[in-house]
Design a protein around this ligand. Structure first.
Ligand SMILES: Cc1cc2nc3c(=O)[nH]c(=O)nc-3n(C[C@H](O)[C@H](O)[C@H](O)COP(=O)(O)OP(=O)(O)OC[C@H]3O[C@@H](n4cnc5c(N)ncnc54)[C@H](O)[C@@H]3O)c2cc1C
Length: 436
């Protein structure tokens, strides 16, 4: 088992891990030994988080564990090791002619990391990626193995664990028969059309994403439709015109990095992500942040952000507006509430983004209504230290809100509209404040 010090950086190069050791176990037994001995340890996934959520004094990479992918057609599940990426998993799923219900914008990320942070794609009927989890096997802080399946008590509290509950060594996901999709891009959607027809637009395909730079109109609407479902768009989309050539979601970048458009049919795995495997997703030179907002507050949030457009736009590459269906996973941002994700891909200018945030805070009275309930941030990640019982296990009987309060109280007053340096942070509008 290799144990080396590597000063790893995250994918975007915006964060340097402080860990002193990176373990590369080849067996689950080795994982157990490492965790039992370590004073403080986290798993390093595919390093796509923009903050320090994966950091600790020691890190474990599960990339050297055997993938051991097993598709069970009768049970409609696939199980595999905790180090797998979606990109690698998809190869087996396609060979076996089965599919997942959703994917994030890119297939490069690890399944366990995406699940731990409730990563999501888009779709009014699509829960986040963690909702596909039917079973987990994890090594807890004492080095013991815990197995849990959907339906068992507390399972819903384990799935979205922010990497704090243990090392997930094996995951079982729901699968369904493979399906084909096509995607079409519509350009120039007006803000009025979006506001008047928000639900119709966001449900005009199986998966819909709106890309905007908060200008006069929205740049693009990407509509991903299943071939086995009737078409929901005929001609234009509430005044937005169908593109006649492939587009990159960041205007001006090379569209060949993106999945095929123009209604060309293809496998689910080649249409659900925006970015193709094997190419650099997004722009690479960026920081990102995202807010998950209950659907009922989405239009207010969009208006609030439009009022800040002049401040946002100079530092922004693109924003994406998506839908995520409600779930029952305690730490999920979509817990019992259909949500709208408002995502920002910023230029890699953290100081300027932070300064813009400070100025926006001073210049707008909108901020108090955008208080933070959730943020996948450092404090939660610290609870995976060896020997200390994760806070959510201690408080889980009181439900997710109690766990949330305890974990995030420290951060609640710290994060604000643009948590630029904690760019993976996500938030929900505080209902209490919205009610004021
Ligand atoms: C270009 C780009 C596009 C993105 N697009 C999307 C998107 O469309 N939708 C979306 O929701 N998010 C998106 N993200 C964010 C990404 O999904 C999350 O950051 C996710 O956490 C990435 O997983 P990771 O393994 O790379 O993260 P890491 O930073 O490596 O890990 C994230 C967390 O998971 C934990 N973890 C990882 N593996 C395990 C394991 N085996 N056991 C226990 N804990 C584990 C880590 O300890 C850490 O706490 C994007 C990010 C980038 C850079």
């Amino acid at each position: 088992m290799a144990e080396i010090y590597v000063p790893e950086r995250n994918w975007a190069g915006t964060y340097t891990y402080q860990a002193q050791k990176l373990h590369r176990p080849r067996t689950v037994e080795q994982v157990q030994q490492i965790v039992a001995k370590a004073a403080s340890v986290h798993v390093l996934g595919s390093r796509h988080s923009f903050n320090d959520i994966a950091d600790s004094s020691e890190l474990i990479s599960l990339e050297d564990l055997p993938a051991d992918v097993l598709v069970e057609h009768e049970a409609q599940t696939v199980s595999f090791s905790g180090g797998m990426t979606y990109g690698n998993l998809i190869k087996t799923l396609n060979d076996e002619e089965v599919a997942l219900h959703t994917l994030a914008s890119l297939p490069h990320i690890s399944v366990a990391g995406a699940v731990a942070t409730a990563a999501h794609g888009s779709g009014v009927t699509c829960g986040n990626l963690a909702t596909a989890v039917a079973g987990l096997e994890m090594v807890t802080s004492s080095g013991e193995i815990l197995k849990a399946s959907r339906g068992e008590p507390d399972f819903d509290g384990l799935v979205v664990g922010l990497g704090a509950l243990g090392v997930v060594t094996r995951i079982t996901l729901d699968v369904q028969p493979a399906y084909e999709m096509k995607q079409q891009v519509f350009e120039g959607l007006s803000w009025k059309a979006l506001s008047d027809h928000f639900d119709e637009i966001t449900s005009c395909g199986y998966s819909v994403s709106i890309f905007t730079r908060w200008g006069q109109t929205n740049d693009q609407v990407w509509v991903k439709s299943r071939i086995d479902e009737p078409d929901r768009v005929e001609g234009n989309l509430f005044g937005a015109i169908a593109a006649t050539v492939d587009r990159h979601l960041i205007v001006g970048l090379d569209p060949t990095l993106c999945t095929p458009q123009l209604g060309r049919p293809g496998l689910w795995s080649h249409r659900l992500p925006h970015f193709r495997m094997g190419y650099t997703p997004s722009s690479g030179q960026e920081i990102q942040s995202e807010y998950l907002i209950p659907r009922r507050h989405a239009l207010v949030a969009i208006e609030t952000l439009r009022a800040l457009a002049d401040k946002i736009r100079p530092l922004l590459q693109v924003s994406e507006i998506r839908r995520v269906a409600a779930d029952r996973l305690w730490m999920s941002m979509n817990y019992e509430e259909d949500c709208v994700g408002i995502h920002f891909t910023w230029k890699r200018e953290p100081d300027a983004v932070q300064e813009m945030q400070r100025q926006s805070l001073r210049s707008t009275n909108a901020i108090p209504t955008l208080s933070v309930c959730w943020s996948g941030s450092t404090r939660a990640a610290r609870f995976a230290t060896h020997g200390s019982r994760p806070a959510c296990l201690a408080t889980r009987k009181e439900g997710p809100q109690a766990a949330c309060e305890e974990w995030f109280d420290e951060k609640r007053h710290f994060f604000c509209l643009f948590p630029c340096l904690h760019a993976r942070s996500r938030s929900r509008l505080s209902e209490q404040r919205m009610g004021e």
